[in-house]
Write a protein that binds this ligand. Structure first.
Ligand code: ADP
Ligand code: MG
Length: 726
């Protein structure tokens, strides 16, 4: 296969933080862990991590395994056998009976096929076995995973290969081996492989740049801390909402009398039921070595957030995938349902996933830390410039990495960043950039400043932690926070785009600067030139304002409002060239991914439309008819004994009129669905233009009816019921 196991090391911060764990344990007081199990003992107890490897593997095997991981070599068969056996013994002691290669196909979720360890003996008994071959390679049938056309051209068989840079772990009595997933001919079929490739690309180029600054660095990793937003609702309510069950979001629902206008939920006291869920969730995540750190209420009622301590992009991605799965499982145990859809409820905030991203050397130096020594500041400015250039040149790719039917509801709505990609660097850094571009001296607003080490470069103010919540891509002190990803996304896609685009900018810089006589002079010229060229991407104003899209258009920034509009740019020539240059994707692989995004979109809209039609015919319209009949009968009964009932009569009439309108809209939606073109790209565009508006039109009438019909007759829980449960 095209992919060789890469050498990815964890920065110090990617490891379990014993100090942080101890602090957490102290804060927790062991309450949720039973009397005996404290957090440090619990943490990582289900992970075949460094400590376990060291303890369980013979010294020479451990050494060879470390070297294999470090240098990206293939694992020798004998070594693999010893490692597999140690893993199996460890897993069995922890109660495991099965193993699985755990991978991330292009569905966005994870996949696993369990095999038990049993191996029959001639005497009818069984022994528990797990070979090196089984550890290293699996052969799941690839034919039922989305392959975006790759299946037509290549063999259906696929294989999974162990990614030893991510530890094996036990989940549901099963030893899970994190793996990459490829087709037999080497085309990648997953999200992990290109992520590893992009990490390799940025490492290579960042090292070249660091060597210019005289640094002896051989490995650079990207670090990611994804903040995960989600909703929790009562399971009984969920069961009575076919829309939530089938599409993940409510397709109907009038606004409740109270929404998020009082802003009393954000960081509010966590209700006991949710608190119990969070404690349980933390425990499950800690067992898997996931640094769950922050839990709080979010802006919308029933919305919450979990943030882990950051790790390498690869591990952060694996962990976030696990996190989403475990959130759902744990919620279920508490009689709750965890909704990860980007927009489960109209009228209140949707859920996103903030991708905090930085670059770190093997010596633990954060390259986006403005730093305190002169030389580092020039270096910081160069890396900052690289990110600015990358985001400007590949706005389309970043937008595509967050494109889905669900996230389209969020981007551009007033709680989430707009669909226009722009960057926020804070007033101070923006001032520094202005000064560089215009060649004037930077005047810091009286704050302590630092020398950049390059005499002509302005000094960088230390306080640059301003916050701008409306920016899609904000510098937050020593990392960038990309706020466009949707809550249900696999963050691999975003980080593949980001890593590769930044790698490309760094490559251009290294090409230009290597071998120059006067580095300082060349550096300043380069930074000034690139910042002037890409300054248009910087925007420190309000991203939700009506003026911004107009201003963005004037600047020539892209405004790709919907998924179908965005995804056509995936295979633009410059993007194909980018991924080819860095060996991340071939054209075929890109086309397959493009096709999958479009298909997923069209399928999601079709399912939503059919679910809407179903709920209308089977639940909503019958409820409206029944209630207006009840009113009409009341009128008739009252009349029969000589009581006039003009109010009831008027209400029955109004309901009858609205119901007729609803049936019209329902028919219009049915016709819109029937008119869907066959071709997927055309269908996606058509869905956006015709099916979604037809769905919304029907919903508007149904929601108006909901406010008119008696609660006891309404066939499903309302927004008020779902968002304000106890
Ligand atoms: P906020 O909600 O204020 O933006 P949080 O504390 O909720 O901040 O989340 C910040 C996230 O950023 C955490 O996951 C944190 O670990 C992560 N983070 C911090 N430093 C880095 C870094 N150098 N690289 C990547 N992620 C980082
Ligand atoms: Mg946060």
């Amino acid at each position: 296969m095209g992919y060789t196991l890469q050498r990815i090391e964890r920065p110090p911060s990617g490891r379990p933080h014993s100090a942080e764990c101890a602090a957490l344990a102290a804060a927790d007081g062991g309450k949720h862990m039973g009397e005996t199990k404290k957090v440090p003992e619990l943490f990582g107890s289900m992970v075949f991590n460094e400590a376990v490897m060291k303890e369980r593997l013979p010294k020479d095997v451990y050494r060879k395994l470390r070297r294999t991981i470090g240098q990206g070599l293939a694992l020798e068969a004998e070594i693999a056998d010893v490692v597999a056996n140690a893993m199996k013994d460890w897993a069995i002691e922890k109660g495991a009976t099965h193993f699985t290669h755990w991978f991330q196909p292009m569905t966005g979720i994870t996949a696993e096929k369990h095999d038990s360890f049993i191996s029959p003996m001639p005497d009818g008994t069984v022994i528990m076995e797990f070979s090196g071959k089984e550890l290293i390679k699996g052969e799941p049938d690839a034919s039922s995973f989305p392959s975006g056309g790759l299946r037509a051209t290549f063999e259906a068989r696929g294989y999974t290969a162990w990614d030893p840079t991510s530890y094996a772990f036990i989940k549901d009595d099963t030893l899970c081996i994190p793996t990459a997933f490829c087709s037999y001919t080497g085309e990648i079929l997953d999200k992990k492989t290109p992520l590893l490739r992009s990490m390799e690309a940025i490492s290579k180029q960042a090292c070249r740049v660091l060597h210019l600054f005289g640094k002896d660095v051989s490995r650079v990793t990207t670090t990611v801390g994804p903040e995960q937003e989600y909703f929790l609702i009562d399971k009984e309510d969920y069961r009575r909402r076919p829309d939530l069950i089938l599409t993940g979001r409510t397709l109907f629902g009038a606004q409740p009398p109270k929404g998020q206008e009082l802003e009393d939920h954000y960081f509010g006291t966590i209700r006991p039921r949710v608190k119990a869920f969070m404690a349980d969730l933390d425990e499950e995540l800690w067992k898997l070595g996931i640094n769950a750190k922050t839990e709080h209420n979010e802006v919308a009622p029933a919305q919450h957030e979990m943030a882990p301590i950051f790790a390498t992009a690869n591990i952060a991605t694996d962990h976030n995938q696990l996190c989403m799965e475990i959130m759902k499982k744990v919620a279920d145990r508490h009689g709750l349902i965890c909704l990860l859809h980007e927009k489960p409820f109209e009228g209140v905030n949707g859920s996103g996933k903030h991708n905090n991203w930085s670059i770190c050397t093997d010596a633990g130096e954060n390259l986006l830390e403005p730093g305190s020594t002169p030389a580092e500041n020039a270096q910081f400015l160069l890396f900052l410039t690289a990110v600015i250039k990358a985001v400007d040149e590949y706005q389309d790719l970043l937008r595509i990495s967050v494109a889905s039917a669900g996230n389209d509801h969020r981007l551009g709505a007033n709680e989430a960043p707009p669909a226009i990609v722009s960057m926020y660097v804070g007033d101070e850094l923006a001032g520094v950039i202005d000064a560089i571009v215009s060649g004037t001296a930077y005047q810091s607003a009286g704050r302590r400043s630092m020398d950049t080490g390059v005499p002509v470069l302005p000094v960088i103010p230390q306080d640059n932690s301003d916050r701008n919540r409306t920016s899609p891509f904000a510098f937050t002190g020593n990392k960038f926070e990309f706020r466009m990803p949707g809550s249900s996304f696999n963050i691999a896609c975003t980080n593949i785009m980001l890593n590769t685009a930044v790698a490309d900018a760094l490559m251009a810089f290294a090409d230009e600067l290597e071998g120059v006589k006067d580095l300082n002079e060349a550096l300043l010229a380069l930074i000034r030139r690139e910042l002037s060229a890409h300054q248009r991407i910087l925007f420190n104003g309000n991203g939700y304002s009506a003026e911004w899209p107009v201003e963005a258009e004037r600047r020539g920034l892209l405004n790709l409002r919907s998924t179908p509009e965005a995804v056509v740019h995936y295979t633009d020539e410059k993007n194909v060239a980018l991924f080819k240059r860095h060996g991340v994707f071939t054209l075929t692989e890109m086309k397959s991914r493009q096709e999958i995004i479009i298909e997923e979109y069209a399928k999601a809209i079709r399912i939503e439309a059919l679910t809407s039609l179903d709920m209308l015919s089977k639940q909503i319209v019958p409820a409206c008819i029944a209630y207006s009949k009840e009113l009409a009968e009341t009128v008739a009964v009252k009349k029969s004994i000589g009581i006039d009932a003009p109010a009831e009569a008027k209400k029955a009439q109004e309901l009858t009129r609205l119901t007729a309108e609803l049936i019209d809209k329902q028919e219009a939606l049915r016709a819109a669905v029937a008119g869907e073109p066959e071709d997927m790209t055309e269908r996606a565009l058509y869905d956006h233009a015709s099916v979604i508006p037809a769905m919304e039109a029907a919903r508007a009438v149904a929601d108006a009816l909901e406010t008119q019909v008696a609660k006891r007759c309404w066939p499903m829980p309302t927004y008020g019921d779902m968002l304000f449960y106890v």
